[in-house]
Design a protein around this ligand. Structure first.
Ligand code: NAI
Length: 300
């Protein structure tokens, strides 16, 4: 895709200090990878308890890495874990974290207004050179950026779950994103050891057909068979690594619902975005998938 970038207020930013807003599945995963690759990371969430759980999760994940990588050198493995964890600090104050950051990456709840409010606040306190990015799966970056005065320093960085394992990162530029910002984000993704792809003219991510295909199967009124059968069929027949029900549980049913509701609000007559009764019921019961121990399936 060929397009022109807007001009930038700043030169290329080498990203060293990173603030990640949201210490859930995605934020914690991104924090782990950024800390492992030598960045100084501040993970921000709404409470210390959530942050404690996030850091515990990172530690657990690092232990799994070490078991493989340092199988016969447990001491070196422990040293590695401590070194990575020293790169992670936590805070409930996004403003003060942003003041020390080259990049503020947001991975909070999939809600436009809440994302806009956070970036509006941070725009006032972050240094001029600081790049803002969102990990949104479904919202236009332009809309999220619209409450800030740094449209040239705003883009999308769309990671995949689980972040330490998944290689792809979609780097999204809006029509206002500068080339310098885009290059900094691309470079950051590479330094993280990921394979970035460029989404330059789309203002959103390319892979949103994942929830879309989910919706088709999850929402099919006639039903395609039991969820187990649908999942097996899509894995063995279509070569998907996970079936749609498993994937929905993995992503988080609340997040899937936010995405569908958001698209439905924009395009109410589109049957693909019609409410999915079973999904809504599970979310209302707090069964959000793997992260809460139960969704379409139960987890230990
Ligand atoms: P999650 O529910 O696991 O975590 C969200 C975290 O954000 C929670 O810890 C919550 O306490 C925190 N949070 C909410 N409001 C906040 C605020 N105002 N300030 C600070 N922290 C706040 O959600 P998950 O799965 O990590 O998703 C986060 C974002 O990443 C969403 O935008 C989602 O669309 C996107 N995403 C999710 C993927 C997935 O597979 N789950 C894949 C790619 C993107």
């Amino acid at each position: 895709l060929c397009r022109h970038f807007s001009s930038s207020a700043v030169r290329n930013v080498v990203i060293k200090n990173v603030t990640i807003i949201g210490g859930g599945q995605m934020g914690a995963g991104i924090a782990q990878v950024a800390a492992t690759t030598g960045h100084s990371v501040t993970l921000v969430d709404t409470s210390d308890d959530i942050l404690k759980t996030a850091v515990k999760g990172i530690e657990g994940s690092l232990k799994r890495v070490v078991k493989k990588k340092f199988a016969d050198k447990p001491e070196a493995g422990e040293e590695f874990i401590q070194k990575v964890l020293r790169n992670v600090s936590t805070s409930t104050d996004s403003g003060s974290a942003a003041q020390r950051s080259d990049l503020v990456l947001e991975a909070i709840v999939e809600n436009l207004k809440i994302k806009q409010d956070i970036f509006h606040q941070l725009d006032k306190v972050a240094p001029e050179h600081t790049i803002f990015a969102s990990n949104t799966s479904s919202l236009p970056i332009t809309d999220i950026a619209s409450t800030t005065s740094r449209l040239d320093r705003f883009g999308g960085l769309h990671f995949f779950n689980p972040v330490p394992m998944m290689k792809l990162v979609e780097v999204v530029a809006t029509s206002a994103t500068s080339k310098e910002t885009f290059d900094s984000l691309l470079n950051f993704s590479k330094v993280l050891g990921k394979t970035p792809v460029s989404c330059k003219a789309c203002d959103g991510v390319m892979t949103s057909q994942v929830p879309l295909s989910n919706m088709f199967v999850l929402g099919s009124p006639s039903g395609h068979g039991s969820k187990e059968d649908v999942d097996i069929a899509m894995k063995l027949g279509a070569g998907h690594p996970m079936g749609p029900f498993e994937l929905a549980d993995y992503v988080g049913l609340d997040t899937i619902k936010f995405i569908i509701d958001g698209w439905s609000a924009k395009d109410p007559s589109n049957p693909l975005f019609a409410p999915i009764e079973m999904l809504n019921k599970l979310v209302a019961e707090g069964k959000l998938g793997k992260k809460t121990g139960e969704g379409f399936y139960k987890y230990k």
